[in-house]
Design a protein around this ligand. Structure first.
Ligand code: TYM
Length: 350
């Protein structure tokens, strides 16, 4: 695939580059969201013009629960702030506070094809699970990637810090941005790319041995939530799935063991990782010791953030101010893009 001037792997960081990302308020934020995405939002806010939002429209494609929406939305907002997002450095807003997003989404639905949306792997997975639980598939679920593309291109972003699970959506955003530019004859939208500081996008594994850590997991013990107590974290790690242990030197590691090592790599020191690596490879490892160390390092990662979330959640005046000011800035940027898009389409009448 052709790499544009906006390609995310560029070594030099251009300060003018625009960054967008968001999370759905569908449940408590977990370690996968934090390590896979939010941690990068925090690292990027100093060097880029950054927009981070809460994707409340997106949550309605699968979770239509009005009673929980305000609490979940405030929790995501408080988590962003507790993880280190600074409203002085980046624009933080709620998706539904930006009316230009649904308007551009409507225009993009005219150039997105049903067939290509049906082929997107996340759509196929969701259809399978919705159908298993007897739920209908909404048009909103089918056009989820169109809305996500609009979230990104409404600010003409080029870098999108996300986890690996969002790759196919970012690809769709590129396709739609290019299609719009080609159809209407101007390069209004740059190509957006997933971003993780030149590394592969991350997939934080679940604790039950398979798949990724997820908000909607049936087994709540398979994810570490940023609001978990120290005791809950220790209990979940100690219960994480393992095997009987290696019987030959340098034996290949099954998925559940690889997952534990992946987590160790993310929250522990390189020395700790090297120590357990060596023990695994010479067959002296005791998983209980590994898990105890992992649990302590996990507690040290999560506890300070959890404490700040609790404090920030109590300060509703501050939360309100952050999203009011962020909303204003995001609307100004979105209005400028929408205006250009409508001009290109020919929507200028007497
Ligand atoms: P959501 O709410 O499912 O997840 C928020 C972010 O967390 C990342 N993530 C993970 N990363 C690594 N390992 C995991 N186990 C893991 N689980 C979740 C996700 O990749 C995501 O970056 N469609 C998006 C929300 C969205 C969005 C956007 C993102 C809507 N519009 C525009 C970027 C740009 C989603 O469902 O994220």
């Amino acid at each position: 695939m052709e790499q544009s001037a906006y390609f995310c792997g560029m070594k030099t960081l251009d300060k003018k580059e625009i960054v967008v990302s968001g999370s759905r308020p569908t449940g408590l934020i977990h370690l996968g969201n934090y390590l896979g995405a939010i941690n990068n939002y925090v690292k990027m806010q100093d060097d880029f013009q950054s927009y981070f939002f809460i994707a409340d429209y997106h949550s309605l494609t699968t979770h239509y629960d009005a009673r929980n929406l305000p609490q979940l939305t405030n929790e995501v907002l408080a988590t962003y702030l507790a993880c280190g997002l600074d409203p002085e450095k980046c624009t933080i807003y709620i998706q539904s506070h930006i009316p230009q997003i649904p308007e551009l989404y409507l225009l993009f639905n005219m150039i997105a094809y049903k067939g290509e949306l049906e082929k997107i792997p996340t759509f196929k997975d969701k259809v399978r699970s919705q159908e298993q639980s007897g739920k209908s598939i909404s048009a909103g679920l089918l056009t989820y990637p169109v809305l996500m593309a609009v979230d990104i291109i409404i600010h003409r972003a080029v870098k999108v810090p996300v986890g690996k699970d969002q790759e196919s959506h970012i690809e769709m955003a590129r396709t739609l941005a290019n299609r719009f530019n080609n159809l209407f004859g101007e390069k209004l939208f740059p190509e957006p790319y997933g971003f993780n500081f030149g590394e592969e996008l991350l997939k934080i594994p679940s604790l039950d041995g398979t798949g990724k850590m997820s908000k909607s997991a049936e087994n709540p013990n398979s994810a570490i939530y940023m609001m978990d107590t120290d005791a809950q974290i220790r209990k979940k790690i100690m219960k994480a799935k393992t095997d009987l242990g290696p019987t030959e030197p340098n034996q290949q590691r099954p998925e559940e063991i690889n997952n534990l090592f992946d987590l160790l790599r993310l929250v522990s020191t390189p020395d700790t990782l090297a120590h357990f690596d060596e023990q695994y490879n010479n067959c002296t490892i005791r998983y209980g010791d590994l898990k105890k160390q992992l649990a302590e390092d996990m507690v040290n990662t999560v506890a300070p953030i959890r404490n700040r979330i609790e404090d920030i959640m109590r300060d509703t005046t501050y939360l309100h101010r952050v999203i009011t000011e962020g909303g204003e800035k995001a609307r100004a940027s979105a209005a400028a893009t929408l205006n250009e898009a409508k001009r290109m389409i020919g929507m200028r009448y007497v």
